[in-house]
Design a protein around this ligand. Structure first.
Ligand code: GLU
Length: 280
């Protein structure tokens, strides 16, 4: 029986891309369990009003989840900011395997040590292996704070998986992505740790999300392996683009579920109409 999830991050209003990805997640989990989990770990950018709006928008679209807010179960168990003890436990499990290390390098250090500028401006630069501490660093730590922690990737290894929607995928550790953050010095887990910790704890069997997270899946597979946990299967939804091929998520104006609703669009149109029709 499928256990799927909707995992909105309340840093803004949900847009049409979220609507379609979440509708797909609901469809693929039909007859099984669908969990609604709020991913609000970025305290600086998340707002309670966006969390409330996300719930309201998804309800209005007609999505129905079976665990999480509104449908029973202690609400706090499905809100990541309320789950810090669990994330600290997972940090401990990882630390005991020797797979992660404390890292005091800043973004500037990383940029300075790179020979070539990164191709995409907004992409995270690949953490250079030359900045790693020796193996065993951080072995004595009992707490993650107040330090950043990174996962040491197996350089040169190809991380391959078959995505249910995008087909076979392969990313090379150390080339397509480098040592990634699992813990932030502000006392919160990084996205990759939190999402794996919760997908595992909630027994998720299939992760449905946007194709912009395909590379993250390679990182997350390394976490599952280090932790000795069985990974779910993956279905990355295509990103919606406009007539010029530009990602709709990059355009802010007019495409939030609320704005479209105010313009009189129906849930059906938001979920299925071609993007140029929605923009008109
Ligand atoms: N919370 C993430 C987002 O809204 C989704 C993470 C995931 O589905 O793994 O982008």
């Amino acid at each position: 029986m499928t256990r799927g999830r909707l995992a909105p991050t309340p840093t803004g209003y949900l847009h049409v891309g979220h609507a379609r990805t979440f509708a797909l997640a609901a469809e693929r989990a039909a007859g099984g369990t669908l969990i609604y989990r709020t991913e609000d770990l970025d305290a600086g950018r998340c707002r309670p009003e966006f969390a409330a709006a996300a719930l309201e928008d998804l309800r209005w679209l007609g999505l129905k989840w079976t665990e999480g807010p509104d449908v029973g179960g202690p609400h706090a168990s499905y809100v990541q900011s309320q789950r810090l003890p669990w994330f600290r436990e997972v940090w401990s499990l990882l630390q005991a395997t020797g797979a992660i290390y404390p890292c005091d390098k800043s973004r500037k250090d990383v940029e300075r040590s790179l020979t070539a500028p990164h191709a995409e401006d907004d992409a995270e630069p690949i953490f250079p292996a030359s900045l790693r501490p020796p193996v065993g660093a951080g072995r004595e730590a009992r707490e993650p704070d107040p330090t950043n922690w990174r996962f040491r990737v197996p350089d040169g290894e190809t991380i391959a998986f078959v995505d249910a929607l995008q087909g076979p995928q392969a990313f090379v550790a150390g080339r397509d992505f480098g040592d990634f953050l699992v813990w932030r010095k502000d006392g919160f887990p990084a996205y990759e740790l939190a999402v794996v910790a919760d997908d595992h704890a909630m027994g998720i069997t299939e992760v449905v999300r946007g194709a912009d997270l395909l590379l993250s899946t390679a990182r997350q597979l390394l976490l599952y392996r280090a932790l000795g946990w069985t990974a779910p299967t993956w279905a990355h939804a295509p990103l919606i683009v406009d007539a010029e091929g530009k990602r709709l998520a990059k355009r802010s104006a007019g495409l939030s579920i609320r704005e479209l609703r105010q313009k009189g669009k129906t849930p059906e149109e938001i979920l299925t109409a071609p993007s140029n029709q929605l923009l008109s």
